[in-house]
Design a protein around this ligand. Sequence first.
Ligand code: EPU
Length: 302
Amino acid sequence: MRISEKPVAARLKELGVELRAGVSLSEKTSLGIGGTTDELLLRKFETIPEVMRLLADEKIPHRFLGGGTNVLIDDGELPWVVLHLPTSQPGMRVEGDAAYVDAAADLGGMVTFCAKHDLGGMEGLIGVPGSVGGALRMNAGAYGTQIGSYVREVELYRAASGEIETVRGNDIRFDYRHTSFAPDDVMLRVKLELPSKPFKEILAGIRVCNEKRRASQPLNQKSAGCIFKNPAGGSAGRMIDELGLKGHRAGDAMVSDRHANFFINAGTASCADMLRLIDDVRERVHKNFSVELENEVILWKN
Ligand code: EPU
């Protein structure tokens, strides 16, 4: 959707929004897939409610993009603009055993920053790509760690009230790759409470997780991590592997030959290719195991 030539563009500029016209979202996602639209960089948190009211008044559909590492975006000209928090120099500070981090910060960067202040617990999250905001929304987890366990407060823009609010950790439900945040809540900042641990010990834990990940996941290929959630008590990756589907393709979308729940863009895959592969694999798993796999990746398609 193009708004840069419309009168609303000037109003957005006054609110501190930087408008980038015709951005290809394939450059903003780890899958390297996604169509084109205008991007709005929200440089001032405090103006977000006003920006959102303006977009609603002007009937401009919009979506919030975080790190772009767990999303599959449609091809072609997209019917909504994309909002983005600036990622350069996101705020991070430590006070005692609490860390205050902007949602736009890189998740791994946050883990190492806290480690340098002798705050641990999040070693398992080190190789999970993405932003802190995305990790909060999905309750990102790996190797027995989930970010939700450490959340004490989240500052967010709540679309339902049109205000910036602070929500206590105890009032948020963090489940497996799911939280009680509303789909249109926008994460802004988080306060985490973390166990003290000497930096060297945290580093040793980080190394172990990095090695495990390197040994089992296709880290240097374009992917969105695991495509499906694990079914209760089962493993999506193992089932897909048992069906001999590693290397199976739809166009340039391919089941990784390293980890069968990672689907990679092996060239110039489109969203349509990736969706065909997802449907195909889901059907085969259903036919053979009577298990209905649920997407872990978030689909942006109208
Ligand atoms: N397996 C296979 N073949 C494969 C992949 C896995 O047989 O191709 C087997 C493994 O040998 C193991 C079992 O399946 O016995 C589970 O595999 P793994 O330990 O790799 O973990 P996972 O359940 O596939 C989950 C998360 C990952 C996270 C890892 C490590 C989900 C959907 N996936 O994967 O998260 O990194 O554990 O904790 O919960 C993500 O969320 O995007 C993600 C990659």
